[in-house]
Design a binder for this molecule. Structure first.
Ligand code: PLP
Length: 394
């Protein structure tokens, strides 16, 4: 047994550092420069603020208006922490998605962990894409359901896992992201829906990276592909394209009612703060009208993907505003990120365990606030660095 705790933690830290996996908290330098002179001096491709709404005046003024007389909700939703604005937000969300009901949470992580562990239990199975987000994996672990992980986007493997699961378990929940957070590729939702219908499963779809960006009025990828009503549970977060904070899911009344009664992250945690509910109502209105920003984002993303694909760099199967540049080595990813930052460009270096070992990468997360000219600036700095790391020949 260890008794010298400090030395145990120091050893862990040394091991993490030796593998190039140490994580450090850094202040976003745009915050400092814009506070000084009102302009962002860095091109920021780290943010998930896909529509550029974190500074949106309508949302900001809703949040700071005189009508806001309280900060926190004061209690959990079922214990006095529900206000008219929670109800209004949930009504607007169910209407937006054309579903019977909506339920809000304080983050996407809380929604996934709580909802998944309330929807299935030890007699059930979850069949989940191998690259699903950590919050999904944690929800499954907490549920005690049997966890089958199918190869990323592989419908043959999904079907094989379903074949096995139907013979052994009560309920089967298929879980996928719609746009994958680290690869930027898209789940084949129509095929997934066909399979879930064929095997009598439920489908839980995490639209964290597609909400606001895809679909009619930004209602997400399932909406764009015409299968929204066939997905039993759609989850989305306010922390990305909405430019705000919090999350929600939409589903039929009976499922939402089950979650209100069994979802522990909903029942046992203080409700979304009142100012956030008001901001999220404003953000929902802004997102629905943001078709120009969606078009701009799609255009810039296409341009950037095409430019990168014309080199030899591996951007996987990205077909969205999330563009991975796979380098393999942790050190290369950290080094290029650092040099780019010194040159005024912010990108994330993504390493294990966020991505599989040997696939460390830069993650470019584009925003409607940027255009092709901005991407040319990024490329003029990025391509020579990739070349010096042997990743681009010309
Ligand atoms: C796919 C996916 N789901 C859920 C989450 C969690 O959302 P939030 O940041 O609102 O907790 C994230 C965010 O990183 C995500 O990428």
């Amino acid at each position: 047994m260890h008794t010298n705790w400090l030395s145990w933690f120091e050893k862990q830290s040394r091991l993490t550092q030796a593998k190039g996996l140490q994580r450090n908290i850094e202040v976003n330098p745009n915050e400092m420069t814009s506070a000084k002179n009102g302009v962002n001096q860095y091109i920021d491709l780290t943010s998930n603020d896909y529509l550029g709404l974190t500074f949106n005046k309508d949302i900001l003024s809703a949040m700071t208006s005189d009508a806001i007389t309280k900060v926190g909700a004061g209690a959990a939703r079922l214990a006095g922490g529900t206000y008219e604005s929670h109800m209004m937000l949930e009504n607007m969300l169910s209407e937006f998605h054309g579903r019977q009901a909506a339920l809000t949470f304080t983050s996407g992580y809380m929604a996934n962990v709580g909802a998944i562990s309330a929807l299935v239990g030890k007699d059930d199975a979850v069949v989940s894409d191998k690259l699903n987000h950590a919050s999904i994996i944690d929800g499954v672990l907490l549920s005690k359901a049997k966890h089958y992980r199918y190869r990323h986007l592989d419908m043959v493997d999904l079907q094989q896992k379903l074949e096995i699961a139907v013979t052994k378990h009560q309920k089967i929940l298929i879980i996928s992201e719609s746009i994958f957070s680290m690869d930027g590729d898209l789940a084949p939702l129509r095929e997934i829906v066909d399979l879930k219908n064929r095997y009598g499963a439920l489908l839980y779809l995490d639209e964290a990276h597609s909400i606001g960006v895809r679909g009619r009025k930004g209602a997400g990828l399932a909406n764009e592909l015409g299968v929204e009503n066939q997905v039993e549970i759609i989850m989305a977060t306010f922390g990305k394209a909405y430019g705000s904070f919090g999350s929600y899911l939409v589903a039929d009344d009976v499922i939402v009612s089950h979650l209100i009664n069994h979802c522990r992250t909903f029942i046992f945690s203080t409700a979304m703060p009142y100012p956030n509910t008001v901001a999220n109502i404003a953000a929902l209105k802004v997102v629905q009208k943001a078709s120009e920003a969606r078009t701009q984002l799609a255009r810039t993303s296409q341009y950037m993907r095409d430019r990168l694909r014309s080199t030899e760099i591996d951007i996987l199967q990205s077909s969205s505003h999330i563009i991975p540049i796979v380098l393999g080595s942790n050190e290369s990813a950290l080094k290029i990120k650092k040099i780019l930052s010194e040159q005024g460009i912010l990108v994330n270096a993504i390493r294990p365990p966020t991505v599989p070992a040997g696939t460390s990468r830069l993650r470019l997360s584009l925003s409607a606030g940027y255009d092709e000219e901005d991407m040319d600036i990024v490329l003029s700095h990025l391509l020579p660095l990739l070349k010096s790391h042997g990743k681009v020949s010309a």
